[in-house]
Structures are given as C-alpha cells and as structure tokens.
Ligand binder design. Structure first.
Ligand code: C2G
Length: 132
C-alpha cells in the first residue's frame, strides 16, 4: 500500500486543485491531504474565503482523497510522514526545491508536479472583483 501526502490551503477549490489531487493519488494507493488551518494560513499571509471546516469537508468529498488532516505548522511534516507512514510527498511545481520539502527527502520520496496553468484562488478572487 503506497501512501501519498500533500499539503495546501485549497480555498475556493478549483480544477487546479483537483488535478494535483488526481495526479498525487495516481502515484500511490492512499492519499492524505494536510489542509491549512486559519492560524497557519495567517502564517502564510493567506486569508481564506472558506474556513478550515468547509475546506476540509470539500476535500473529503473529492474521490482521490482518503484522509484529510490539519496543517498547523511548517514543522509538522516530518511527524506527518512518520505518523501516516508516507512513501511520497507531492507538491505543485511552485514548491520545487523549497527547503521545507527538500528536507523530507531522507525520509520519503518528494515529487513536484507541474501546476495547472490559468487558474488560482487569487485569480478567481481578482476576476470576481474580490479584494485579494
Ligand atoms: N496548485 C496547482 N495548480 C494551480 C494551483 C495550485 O497545481 N493552478 C497546487 C499547488 O502547487 C499546491 C496545491 O495545489 O501543491 C495547493 O495549492 P494552495 O491551496 O495554493 O496551497 P499552498 O498555499 O501552496 O499551501 O505547507 C505547504 C502549504 O500548505 C502549501
């Protein structure tokens, strides 16, 4: 049983999110998604439209997702990999080479997948005339 883990805010869920979840699941048999809490989002300088509970429920409804856990800190990744016996951590290409994920390479495989062009939560907010 190959276990995959990915991280994100997943606000205003869009097909870029769905595509990375689909491709992440295709790399194994079980996909864990760590979704950022409100507190962690403020650390990332992100203000979300949907709160944590809603973003968690939406992710749990995605066919590729097997388990959703909270992402509270940058530092929890080692524990997550150990606790959920993760074989592969997957992130979008915007994270390629980022120390926060490169350090996991002695514990598990780290795979960066190309982002989906032309869509992002900030683009949706901008196009809808919402303050970023
Ligand atoms: N993504 C993508 N294509 C897009 C938009 C997002 O492939 N058009 C990917 C991102 O690369 C990321 C995932 O979808 O892997 C979630 O994106 P965000 O919700 O923006 O998450 P982010 O703020 O990058 O949080 O500890 C890591 C952070 O929690 C990642």
């Amino acid at each position: 049983m190959k276990r995959v883990l990915t991280y994100g805010t997943f606000d205003l869920m869009h097909y870029g999110h769905i595509r990375i979840l689909k491709r992440a699941k295709a790399l194994g048999d079980y996909l864990v998604v760590a979704v950022s809490t409100e507190e962690f989002n403020s650390l990332k300088g992100k203000k979300t439209y949907h709160n944590f509970e809603t973003r968690k429920k939406m992710l749990e409804a995605v066919r590729y997702v097997d388990l959703v856990i909270p992402e509270n800190t940058w530092e929890q990744k080692f524990d997550d990999v150990r606790r959920y016996e993760i074989d592969t951590v997957v992130m979008g290409g915007d994270w390629e080479g980022n120390e926060k994920f490169e350090v996991l390479k002695d514990k598990c495989e780290v795979v960066y997948l190309p982002r989906t062009e032309g869509i992002s939560t900030s683009k949706i907010k901008k196009d809808l005339g919402m303050v970023n």
